[in-house]
Design a binder for this molecule. Sequence first.
Ligand code: HEC
Length: 117
Amino acid sequence: MSHQPFTGARRLAALIGAAALLATAGAQAADVAKGKEKADQVCAACHGKDGNTPIDPSYPRLAGQHRDYLRQAMLDYQSDARKNPIMAAQAKQLSRADIENLAAFYARLPGTLSHQR
Ligand code: HEC
């Protein structure tokens, strides 16, 4: 039975499943406690301790934001792909591990971004 019409789709589904597993493995590698430590020391000054009470309304809320988005934002500030003098200065102090930990920490905080519809 090599001509089942869904074989390709099944194979694709298996691949997607494997990719999701890999993504989950990455998620476990981040250290949320370390992310919180760094966030309290550095980021809370502007973004608020809960990631939800920025000191200025023009400063974004981070709590509950997608982890991939947070990670990418920090990487983009580091590389100047996203230009902002305040955050570039912040991001350039961060190691790759810091970024993973911070993204995992903020993504887990209850946010107003995803729950108010
Ligand atoms: C001195 C104030 C200040 C500090 C400290 C600070 N930030 Fe920011 N952050 C900002 C401002 C202002 C922006 C908006 C910049 C822009 O418009 O791109 C921002 C944007 C961001 C964004 C993008 C959010 C979005 O919705 O696009 C992320 C992620 C972020 N900060 C993470 C952090 C992390 C993690 C730390 C701690 C290591 C930190 N910030 C420390 C002021 C600060």
